[in-house]
Design a protein around this ligand. Structure first.
Ligand code: CAA
Length: 240
């Protein structure tokens, strides 16, 4: 029977590419979305991927959502914590709402979602947790103290949960995409984006499929000895 994969924020951008690539590789895939129902329905229609709506920042919502996915598709073997938002502002202008929205959606969601699936994975002695972090969590970014903090936090989370679950056949890894051609990056002011692309040795933005391919690699049974790691996929923009 094919393994079940759940991708949060999986109906648009990088998440959609991940969901599609996993499905094409034979996984039974569910994708979550928070608000944009029209886009989610279109995605479902186009790809045949199951879609579910809940807010990953809501702990109870994640518990109920995971129950609904498992009732439909079976136990979740692979969780991709991909859902994320930006609310860019310099710290001296940032509101408390901008801080909390970003930290709750990007980082607290990793706790909410992983907490909902981890005991099942431990019981079955298999699991893959893949957290989509960011180059900016590693290097910092002007106007992104909230986003960079949330993405850096994912790295500590990844390593800790990896340690706790390595003996149970569960790997926990992060991928840190660089600037990738998605709606999120296209929303960056044009001048700023031009200056960022000039700093990418590969000379281009990443493609969502560059990230999806890395997820596919980590999700495989054969990647079972890689855990607690962060893989940078950034065209050489930042090397750690
Ligand atoms: N480095 C240094 N100085 C900068 C700068 C930078 N990167 N960006 C702006 N500044 C300077 C400006 O030149 C300006 O200086 P002057 O007043 O001397 O002219 C000053 O800072 C204020 O700039 P703005 O007028 O742009 O300020 P603002 O408050 O209107 O906006 C901002 C600031 C919100 C940070 C805006 O510049 C912005 O949106 N930047 C993009 C941030 C970014 O890269 N976000 C990534 C989103 S994609 C993503 O996050 C995905 C991923 O994982 C990679």
């Amino acid at each position: 029977m094919s393994r079940v994969a759940l991708v949060t924020g999986g109906t648009r951008g990088i998440g959609a590419a991940i969901a599609v690539m996993l499905k094409e590789a034979g996984y039974n895939v569910a994708a979550t979305y928070a608000r944009n129902q029209e886009r989610a329905e279109a995605f479902k229609e186009e790809t045949g991927i199951h879609v579910f709506q809940w807010d990953v920042a809501d702990f109870e919502g994640c518990q109920k959502g995971v129950e609904a996915v498992e009732a439909d598709l079976g136990s979740i073997d692979i969780l991709v914590n991909n859902a994320g938002i930006t609310a860019d502002a310099t710290l001296h202008k940032m509101t408390s709402d901008q801080w909390h929205a970003v930290v709750d959606t990007n980082l607290a969601s990793c706790f909410n979602m992983t907490r909902a699936v981890i005991n099942g994975m431990r019981d079955r002695s298999f699991g893959r947790i893949i957290n989509i972090a960011s180059i900016n969590g590693l290097k910092g970014q002007f106007g992104q103290s909230n986003y960079a903090a949330s993405k850096a936090g994912m790295r500590g989370f990844t390593k800790s949960v990896a340690l706790e679950n390595a003996a149970k056949g569960i790997t926990v890894n992060a991928i840190a995409p660089g600037y990738t051609d998605t709606e999120m990056v296209r929303a960056v002011p044009e001048k700023v984006l031009e200056s960022i692309i000039a700093q990418i040795p590969a000379g281009r933005l990443g493609k969502a499929d560059d990230i999806a391919r890395t997820v596919l690699f980590l999700a495989d049974e054969a990647a079972g000895f890689i855990t607690g790691e962060t893989i940078n996929v950034n065209g050489g923009q930042y090397m750690v």
